[in-house]
Design a protein around this ligand. Structure first.
Ligand code: FAD
Length: 458
């Protein structure tokens, strides 16, 4: 009997499998679709390298470097162009640079003099007695302007979410932690965080990808795991056995027995699987919401775009009333993503602000994005490349009450012996978070059960 069956070959499942194997456990990963990576998907078209999901990730945990080295992908690592440190925010349809120094902050037209003065009150504001939304937290500490023109677009960029609904403690843990950590230095530390800088001790704080795109990572992990990863093998049902679990696979095939099972699935998919195991668990998982997003990649000849594209891209505050959430200057972020004398832009549209939008037909979606970004970036003519990727369930929303909901989920899971979950609806949504969580999980398992002990039960 294998030690761990992992359901789902996204980065959560693959990194859990990799680190569990490093700890000496036997693993098998079952993936429903015909490829590994889940939300991570890169593709090439006409000389452009397009990301349908994550475009980069912040190397803010040691686990990511360990995984990259472990699977021999160091040579393919790409660090973002330093120009990408420049980030723009749209205000009154003009791009304004997010300030990174105190002087730039004093000079920026992004905030009014009154908004800037309001920040001076910040060190004198105490902690709230109860869980707050991101919006309430920021309004209380930093004022409405800071919420509208700095935090709201940041939340859209990361979660495609609504700051009035997300929990500051769970959705923006680092911002929440700054309150206790930095006190009077809170504002400076917050700006560093928003602009992708380091907020505390972290390995490198580099924004990274890979020469062959983000997909190179899950592919390399899967290739090193070899036969242990099986694609096109969705898990249709889980049944408790006298010892461990039996997994029924979709289509043909004998059930597989495993001592322990890890659900590395989006919450709604885990909920379906849990219906026959625990109705309360299935119900709790189904309460985790995911807004839809579409990622729209547009390629142009360089001369068609008037803007210098000298940065990471721009984010759109909700107050601008646009359906596009933001646009990455993908070929600036990682040069080589577009053919010579061409540029690649990746826009995200929809999210909690405009949930119906990703349902639009592809031509309408592209037309909507183009209509909105054309005047901002001074774009002439039609794109030479168009690629749309829709995500019906994009990113789990860590809403107010998330602590209570997760507590309930954890209690039910704890009562199901040998059943675990590792996915982006637990402890962080970024790719780096998922890798770190996979590593922590494997280490915790090693502490709890030595592989030798498990082998003796075979
Ligand atoms: C559009 C978009 C942009 C993003 N941008 C960034 C970014 O720039 N930087 C960053 O760090 N993060 C980003 N993220 C977040 C990050 O990519 C995800 O949180 C992370 O990849 C999720 O990994 P996961 O393994 O938890 O889930 P998933 O990637 O969803 O993987 C789950 C896997 O389970 C499989 N599955 C489902 N049901 C079954 C079943 N019954 N049996 C077997 N397999 C099953 C699925 O097919 C899938 O492969 C982005 C996400 C999206 C959607």
């Amino acid at each position: 009997m294998i030690d761990f069956a992992i359901v789902g070959a996204g980065i959560s499942g693959l990194s859990s499998a990799w680190f569990l194997r490093q700890q000496g456990f036997s693993v098998r990963v079952f993936e429903a679709s015909d490829q590994v990576g889940g939300a991570i998907c890169s593709s090439e078209q006409d000389g452009f390298l397009i990301e349908g999901g994550p475009n980069s990730t912040l190397e803010n945990t040691n686990a990511l470097g360990e995984l990259v080295r472990g699977v021999g992908l160091e040579g393919g690592l790409l660090v973002a162009n330093p120009e990408a440190d420049r980030r723009y925010i749209l205000k009154q349809r003009r791009l304004m640079q997010m300030p990174v120094t105190a002087l730039a902050f004093l000079q920026t037209p992004l905030f009014s003099a009154r908004g800037k003065l309001r920040l001076l009150a910040e060190p004198f504001i105490g902690r709230a007695p109860a869980e707050e939304s991101i919006a309430d937290f920021v309004r209380r500490r930093l004022g409405q302007e800071f919420l509208d023109w700095a935090i709201d677009p940041f939340v859209s960029g990361v979660y495609a979410g609504d700051p009035e609904k997300l929990s500051v403690r769970f959705a923006t843990r680092k911002i929440y932690a700054l309150e206790a950590q930095y006190r009077s230095l809170f504002v400076g530390a917050l700006f560093r965080l928003l602009t992708g800088g380091r907020s505390g001790p972290a390995p490198s704080g580099r924004m990274i990808s890979f020469t062959a795109g983000m997909e190179a990572l899950p592919k390399a992990v899967a290739s090193r795991l070899g036969d242990a990863v099986q694609v096109g093998k969705g898990v249709a049902a889980l049944n408790r056995q006298q010892e461990g679990w039996s997994l029924e696979l979709a289509g043909d095939g004998d059930p597989v027995s495993a001592r322990r099972v890890v659900l590395a699935l989006p919450a709604h998919r885990a909920s379906q699987l849990m219906k026959s195991v625990s109705a309360p668990l299935a119900e709790a998982l189904s309460a985790i919401e995911y807004p839809p997003i579409a990622s729209v990649a547009l390629g142009f000849e360089r001369h068609q775009v008037g803007h210098p594209l000298d940065g990471f891209g721009f984010l759109v505050p909700g107050r601008e009333g646009m359906k596009t959430l933001g646009t990455l200057f993908s070929s600036t972020l990682f040069p080589g993503r577009a053919p010579q004398d061409h540029v690649l832009l990746t826009s995200f549209i929809g999210g909690a602000r405009n949930p119906g939008v990703p349902e639009m037909d592809e031509r309408e979606l592209v037309a909507q994005v183009l209509e909105e970004i054309r005047p901002i970036l001074d774009i002439q003519g039609d794109p030479v490349l168009v690629r749309v990727q829709r995500w019906r369930h994009a990113i789990p929303q860590y809403k107010l009450g998330y602590g209570e909901l997760l507590g309930r989920i954890r209690r039910i899971l704890d009562a199901q012996e040998g059943l675990y979950a590792r996915a982006n609806w637990l402890d962080g949504i970024s790719l780096s978070d998922c890798v770190r969580n996979g590593r922590e999980f494997a280490h915790a398992m090693k502490q709890e059960h030595s592989p030798a002990e498990l082998d003796m039960t075979q």
